[in-house]
Design a binder for this molecule. Sequence first.
Ligand code: ATP
Length: 440
Amino acid sequence: MNVKLHLGIDDTDSMKGGCTTYIAALLVYEYSKLGVSWMDYPNLVRLNPNIPWKTRGNGAVSLRFEVDKSMIDDVVDVALKVIEKESMIDDENVDPVLAVYRGCITDELRRFAYLAETEVVDVEYALKLADSLGVARWVFRNPRGLVGALAAIGEDLRGDYTYELIAYRTFSMRGKPRMIDPGSVIAMDEATRGETYANIDPETGRILVTPRGMDPVLYGIRGETPEAVYRAHRFIKSYEEVERWVIFRSNQCTDAHLKSKRTISSLKPYVAAVLEGVVSDRPRIIPGGHVIFKLSDGTGTIDCAVYEPTGRLRVIASKLVDGDRVRVYGGVKPFDKGLTFNIEKIEVLEARAITRIMNPLCPYCGRRMKSAGLGKGFRCGRCGFRDRGSAKIEIYMDRDLKPGLYLPPPRAFRHLTKPIERYGREKTGGVVWFYPWHEP
Ligand code: ATP
């Protein structure tokens, strides 16, 4: 008899190496050999990016397939062997967890995933939920990884989603510079524009598909469809061997963490939030080039920070004035006994009109007139025209800031940031298979 299995894996890597997606890629190969019936591409689920104890991008993975009941033990054995071999288990901050759930995803699991994408989740809560749903788990050290493993199971991507094709390097190349032809990335970017995202940073020309750490990822291409990421992958010229590649379905590039509108008084450290309010003092630039301004929403006031690496977003923030109405997207960080809101996106809802009181212009020569003395009107310094009846006028200043949504450049994106090209392209719906989706 076939059963539906969902495997969730998290917390296998450290800054010294490893990658939970690589473990998933190895398991895709092993389970395909076992003859499982895949229900989905492997899912790469990004969780709350504001969690301070994440290694890099707070990613967890899940694998979903049907298999004969008699094979469950084999499935678990294979996963445990791969996790034991590939996890950076010697690092004491690495707490790998494998969670295995049988059946259909429940709304409770989906709610749990949503919490893990937007807030800080208590491990106790994860343990309780796992118990109540009969989720089996294998904890290698500390159960903290269960939060990510369970969230990866619960996020079945019924809402918006994208794809990422990740190509991995061979063991002997780990830690060495990645040998990819930059020209082939530029060609790929041009050929797949609108279908793949954030391949190159347009301002700096920096190639973004290759990570820079010790992990086994050679490159990752994000896009709208599996066809698009596969086509893009075929463009890339690599001077080192690609050991394997897999297409993941993912919540990356969907703003999954930025769905909760909150009030300032309700904010807690490390939550992701959308705030709406009024700028309550002029932005100031602090050492390092970061822009700070205060936002008030009637329930409270918070310092908003736009950091220097966010490039043009920082320029937009510096043009705000008190009284502007904005919607800001980002995460809460504790700072100096209070809280700061770190901005990822700004939506200017209303740029307040700024006026200045000035002397009137001369109707004959267009020059700004001078006061002729108290109660004596104005006089033109160029043509001598005098107007006793004229008064100062109110001039509207050019704000150089239009209402609209502003994002940082791609080099400053978080994994979850929805690029501007994806607005209006959000999709829902079941899995559509594309072949090949992994190799080997
Ligand atoms: P990588 O992206 O390279 O895979 P990472 O950044 O995902 O690494 P992990 O090593 O997985 O980092 O560590 C993140 C840890 O935080 C995991 O133990 C995970 O269970 C936990 N975690 C993730 N999201 C939350 C959350 N919202 N609340 C509490 N704990 C969380």
